[in-house]
Ligand binder design. Structure first.
Ligand code: FNR
Length: 367
């Protein structure tokens, strides 16, 4: 909050409508109690795991955050390097600040790419080809954005709802009030564009152009059969993001997808759905033996990671936990958060008597 202009801080920190789901994602997870076990002779804990054919240092990925790269100088470049150093995957958002190719040049290993269903199928095809050319190791296909949820804070801050010079002036003034950010990103972090959208924004790169494009291009007509199109264009692992219902999870399993992410978009879409830690167990029970079930939402510590694993996830994605860190201290901040998560997981696992990730399960929960 101290570092970012208000429109960016509120964009990251906020959720939709009354923000009840945003708060419950955190508080419901905090209330999940783990069974402490003692004298279990667990003196070495192994956090490593394997997801979609990749070996990870821990079952944690940096989830997709749109506009994330505007919080620190060429932010996604810094984040992908921090993720690599920690041995975890980085997932680039469709609407990142840095384009796929720039992140590829900064990375030394393949990263994940996230895609939305977009009305312009030719553009989707083009993006998928770019992701393949970038050698992305998994495609995260986000399905809870047939239309954007209303985030009232974005209207109050001047990010949305005030198109034209008034909004731009408010954002500029907010930026000038944060000299650290203005120097790091405002001056030295250019271009301030939505990198992957350059081909469709036609040379325009303002936030208003982006917001207008988003409104026009999210596709509420799409259905499960549209996944055929994605599968035909994408040969690698496909992970469906934002499943909250066991029936939808069964549908994804029936279609033979590789994985799904139990997610409510960090409380940014429908503010009336279950928190993800409540939605996860029935979904893991329904399809956990057919595809890889991941989860996100409200994870703020290594202890929270262990809680999600105990509830049935095979791995988790971080959202705000890494983007707050990037905003505060760039890539160093992200590395720091990942090292805290590593350390906290070790304490939690030792005191739960679980020496490996595979040892964590429902048995670790207080019923
Ligand atoms: C997101 N999220 C998101 N998801 C996605 O599939 N594509 C995107 O571009 C974005 N953009 C985005 C921006 C911001 C500022 C936030 C906070 C979140 C959702 C994100 O990937 C993840 O599901 C949630 O952030 C998880 O919740 P927590 O960890 O933030 O509580």
């Amino acid at each position: 909050r101290r570092r970012l202009p208000r429109f960016l801080f509120d964009y990251i920190d906020g959720g939709s409508y009354a923000e009840v789901r945003l708060r419950r994602n955190v508080s419901d997870l905090e209330n999940v109690e783990l069974r402490q076990r003692v004298l279990t002779a667990v003196d070495e804990v192994d956090l490593s795991t394997s997801l979609f054919g990749q070996t990870l240092a821990m079952p944690v990925a940096l989830g997709p955050i749109g506009l994330g790269g505007l919080t620190a100088r060429r932010g996604e470049r810094q984040a992908v390097r921090a993720a690599e150093a920690a041995g975890v995957p980085f997932c680039l958002s469709t609407v990142s600040a840095c384009p796929l190719e720039e992140v590829t040049a900064a990375a030394s290993k393949p990263f994940w790419f996230q895609l939305y269903m977009i009305r312009d199928r030719a553009f989707m095809r083009d993006l998928l080809a770019r992701a393949r050319a970038a050698n992305c190791s998994a495609l995260v296909f986000t399905v809870d954005m047939p239309l954007p949820g209303s985030r009232y804070r974005d209207f109050h801050s001047g990010l949305a709802g005030a198109p034209g010079w008034r909004g731009a002036l408010r954002r500029t003034l907010q930026g000038m009030g944060k000299p650290g950010w203005a120097w790091d990103v405002g001056l030295h972090g250019r271009p301030h564009s939505i990198g992957n959208l350059a081909p469709v924004l036609g040379g325009k790169s303002g936030i208003d152009d982006y917001m207008g494009w988003m409104k026009r291009n999210f596709d509420a007509t799409s259905s499960w059969k549209d996944l055929d199109f994605i599968r035909a264009e994408w040969g690698g692992p496909l992970i469906i993001k934002a499943i909250l219902d066991a029936e939808d999870a069964r549908e994804a399993a029936k279609l033979g997808e590789h994985g799904l992410i139990v997610s409510n978009h960090g409380g940014r879409q429908l503010d009336g759905v279950p928190s993800t830690c409540r939605a996860l167990p029935p979904i893991a029970d329904a399809v956990g033996d057919q595809l890889t079930v991941l989860a996100d939402g409200g994870i703020r510590s290594g202890l929270d990671v262990v809680r999600m694993l105990a509830l049935g996830a095979k791995g988790v994605l971080l959202g705000r936990a890494w983007i707050y860190a990037l905003a505060a201290r760039g890539g160093t901040g992200v590395s720091h958060v990942l090292s805290l998560i590593d350390a906290e997981m070790r304490v939690a696992m030792t005191l739960c008597g679980a020496a490996t990730i595979g040892n964590i399960g429902r048995d670790n929960l207080v019923r």
